[in-house]
Design a protein around this ligand. Structure first.
Ligand code: MN
Length: 255
């Protein structure tokens, strides 16, 4: 049972219900101005009316360090959002896992570990980017282990910016080729990994992105209903998940 909004004392407006938004895989890139326009618009409208914004990874198509040439309009819009009191949280994706403290200082966003449990309406909800669940792709998981190690990241960030950018674009080309020759099912989450995540955290709901397959999956795990909500990518159309009054709703932005 979900409690409704608290009754307001006489003469006072009712307390608004908690309103949280979730986005993932915006993949902001200089070569995709339309996604950028939609996302900036989203930050200035829908997000401004929320209590919290959760960005579940791959906000940027590429991030080679906080010292690189940054996307000023997006950083400024995030700073404005957090400045107005919208609590904003960020998880790393597989493309922007080098987002660090400087980004957080500039935007007021808080970096969360992946996976993480948050409490929404009294319920524990598991948030993750989703790439760690794609265990049918061992080559990717091996690469992930390497690049997520602190020592690898320190060495990479010590390289000159131009070298980092070059290595990143080579890695991106390699990743595209790998994706192109892999079966579509390999690029989706593995159901055992999903069950394992539910069991390990004892959460009954998880929200993730990465696979670009927006959907709500209901299932039974050991007799308990569990739900996995998958967020969409923004390549063609912006979308988000709205949580309000105990309900979750996937929404597509109008152009
Ligand atoms: Mn991803």
């Amino acid at each position: 049972m979900t409690p409704g909004p608290a009754a307001a004392p006489p003469g006072q407006p009712p307390r608004p219900a908690e309103r949280s938004l979730f986005v993932s895989d915006v993949h902001l890139d200089a070569g995709a101005p339309e996604s950028q326009r939609q996302f900036l618009d989203f930050l200035r409208t829908e997000a401004m009316r929320a209590d919290a914004l959760y960005i579940l990874g791959d906000l940027f198509e590429l991030w080679v360090g906080d010292d690189a040439e940054v996307n000023e309009p997006v950083l400024d819009a995030l700073a404005e959002l957090t400045g107005r009191g919208v609590a904003s949280f960020l998880l790393h994706g597989n493309r922007d896992f080098l987002i660090g403290q400087r980004f957080c200082d500039q935007t007021g966003c808080r970096l969360l570990p992946d996976p993480v449990i948050v409490e929404l309406g009294g319920e524990r909800v598991l948030l993750t980017h989703g790439d760690a669940l794609c265990t049918d792709d061992p080559a990717y998981q091996e690469l992930r282990t390497i690049v997520r190690a602190a020592t690898w990241q320190r060495r990479f960030l010590d390289l000159p910016l131009v070298t980092r950018s070059l290595l990143a674009s080579e890695a991106r080309a390699g990743s595209r080729a790998h994706t192109a020759r892999s079966a579509p099912t390999i690029m989706d989450v593995n159901s055992q990994a999903v069950q394992q995540a539910f069991r390990a955290t004892r959460a009954r709901r998880m929200i993730h992105g990465h696979t670009h397959r927006p959907a709500v999956h209901d299932a039974l795990l050991e007799g308990h209903p569990v739900q996995r909500i998958v967020l969409g990518a923004w390549y063609e159309q912006g979308s988000y998940l709205l949580y309000q009054g105990g309900r979750y709703e996937l929404r597509t932005l109008s152009r």
